[in-house]
Design a binder for this molecule. Sequence first.
Ligand SMILES: CCCCCCCCCC/C=C\CCCCCCCC(=O)SCCNC(=O)CCNC(=O)[C@H](O)C(C)(C)COP(=O)(O)OP(=O)(O)OC[C@H]1O[C@@H](n2cnc3c(N)ncnc32)[C@H](O)[C@@H]1OP(=O)(O)O
Ligand code: FAD
Length: 667
Amino acid sequence: MAEHNVCVELVRERQKCTFEVQELIHLIDGGITATEERREVENVVCTDPRIKDVVPEEYLSHKERYENAIRKNCILQEILKKYTEKRTWDNFRPSNKYRISSGVVKDISPFMLHTGMFIPTLVNQSDDEQKAKWVPKAMSMEIIGTYAQTELGHGSFIRGLETTATYDPNTEEFVLNTPNLTSYKWWPGGLAHTANHCIVVAQLYSKGQHYGVHPFFVQIRDIETHVPLPGIKVGEIGPKLGFQTANNGFLGFENFRIPRRNMLMKNAQVLKDGTYIKSKNDKLTYGTMVFVRVIILFDLAFELSRAATIAVRYSAVRHQSQLKANEPELQIIDYVTQQHKLFIGVSTSHVFRVVGLWLWNTYVKVNADIGKGNMDQLPELHALACCLKAVCSRDAAARVEEFRLACGGHGFMTSSNLPIINGIVSASITYEGEFSVLMLQTARFLMKAWNGVLARKTLTPTVSYLSKFSNSDRVQWANTTAGIISGFQAAAAGKTKEAYAAIQSYLKPGTDYEDAWNSASVQLVSASEAHCRAILCEISWSEMQRLSKTVSPNLGKVLLELAELYLTYWSLEKRGDLLMYTTISTADIAKLQARYEELLALIRPNAVGIVDGFDIRDEILNSTLGAYDGRVYERLMEEAKKSPLNAEPVNESFHKYIKPLMLKAKL
Ligand SMILES: CCCCCCCCCC/C=C\CCCCCCCC(=O)SCCNC(=O)CCNC(=O)[C@H](O)C(C)(C)COP(=O)(O)OP(=O)(O)OC[C@H]1O[C@@H](n2cnc3c(N)ncnc32)[C@H](O)[C@@H]1OP(=O)(O)O
Ligand SMILES: Cc1cc2nc3c(=O)[nH]c(=O)nc-3n(C[C@H](O)[C@H](O)[C@H](O)COP(=O)(O)OP(=O)(O)OC[C@H]3O[C@@H](n4cnc5c(N)ncnc54)[C@H](O)[C@@H]3O)c2cc1C
């Protein structure tokens, strides 16, 4: 990137950097070629004059904003075709490539559900014949789809969905119906005015029997005219906290008929005469959700890297207050409280990326085994994906909010882009499985694992530590990274044991297990969180250690500092747990605090270099505060001038309302 016009603070910061930023960029991308490919695509898209907005999207009406998002995303799809023609589902790997969407619209693409859930569901839930028919059309965007599962009345409790698909053997069709107001599909992205197809999750009935929820491939609009087909009631659900351009919709069916072969039949089937063939495992219907929960970690890492870049660069440019009399005002990044706000967010982005890759590799392996008929590892994968999606989305939202606060008043400006990123990340705590609901899924797995501990069984890898820490009351503490990881495992084991005991204590005669579970559920969520933190600490440390050996010593040192900062930050945050479950002393905690402050100081000179290492183009950052050149004040003023209110010196409301009010006041 050109160094001219860069503000003096950022020039100095970049000179201070002790490692080669390009090396970090390649590491994050997964190699030099991957960086080159990503940059090429970004360059083509971001320099396309059709992508640039004359009026910033936040000034547009709700309708205009959607239309603009569609227009620009269609241009993006056209450009991407060239770069993704060799990309098939089989060679799909999560990468930073799809981040280009943020350079096209600031908020969410109305096509996100097409790529993120429609295609993955077709790939994973259709039989070979169905896949051959639908997937190429979806990949090329000949048809546009979404994933319609949630209803007005039910989101978390999938078994409670009310939409019905009743098989009619006379015509070999399913008849879809929305029996009540609460059975309307509600929320699917792109459903309102973008998609012409969707996966509908509905209760299956055949030969008078109920077989639970199944996915169906449903055309909802005419391909030529886009008019909703007869029997389809579809529309938009209205403005939200964020996701303004996601085009979330509602959908109802009135005796809407689809061919029998439109039920996705990889796992379960309905034969011509209506005979139902059961799936080997009915939870395979939930497979897309597992896939997306895994992918969400990459998305969170990316959004955190955007927010981090904005807040760190701004903190280097911004001067405020004097630390010592008669000395210049400090760059706010030199206040240690500011470093405390910033650096944990920077390190968290790296942690989510490396743990995300580990989870992705686990997903690929388990999925391959499932393909061969071996479901043994599905419960463990589900438990992992649930708690990691839940904890990481909540942590990411907290970190983005902290980045916003770290930018003071300017962080509150939409033009900083922090409020939009905030909306995007906050939504992920709820969608694809609400936080507490997913944490309780992991807790189910932990309770079973504890039964295994009591029965002296060999546990699966991610919970094997429970056996190790099951007997000792307080585990020996050591002020090392290995000691911290053991400490987190001890806390998770202790909390699991207590949650298990709480259920037993609530299980008085006459009490159902489910009621005892509900009574103990605050402790169950706490046990899940502790388990998840133990995993985040163990995997991130081992992965960052491994990566540090693959790069130059200078960069390796920085990676280990970031990883150690993460462990130390969370040890201090969770000191109460460590005091309960390990022999940690107040003196040990004071040492941890001192090391934490030392790490902040070690990271400080490299802070701008580290966020430069995320290599996020200005067009993708979309921020007045975070641009590469640091021209913060100029950009704030340039953006303010774009306000339509500034187009005229006196607004007509003065003559209409204010002046009469003033005149009345005179009387
Ligand atoms: C080349 C092409 C490239 C394409 C790539 C795309 C890349 C693009 C990237 C885009 C990135 C992100 C896109 C994100 C967009 C997302 C937008 C949001 C979309 C949505 O929100 S869709 C709706 C999601 N809805 C939910 O998540 C609902 C949550 N609820 C549930 O999951 C379940 O109902 C439940 C809470 C788990 C409970 O289910 P149920 O009551 O049926 O089950 P039980 O509690 O009785 O448990 C029974 C038993 O089953 C186990 N189990 C439950 N779920 C699963 C599962 N998914 N897998 C395996 N096992 C499961 C459970 O643990 C129990 O086991 P046990 O009895 O204890 O042994
Ligand atoms: C931005 C956004 C995009 C979305 N996109 C889609 C989409 O494309 N397709 C789609 O199908 N859906 C989509 N959704 C819907 C989303 O998946 C659901 O909102 C989500 O699964 C939560 O379900 P719910 O809204 O029914 O919440 P509820 O389940 O009603 O949750 C409300 C409260 O009840 C609690 N609760 C519920 N059940 C339990 C329990 N068993 N134990 C303890 N507490 C419980 C929750 O913890 C929460 O505090 C989207 C949602 C959002 C916000």
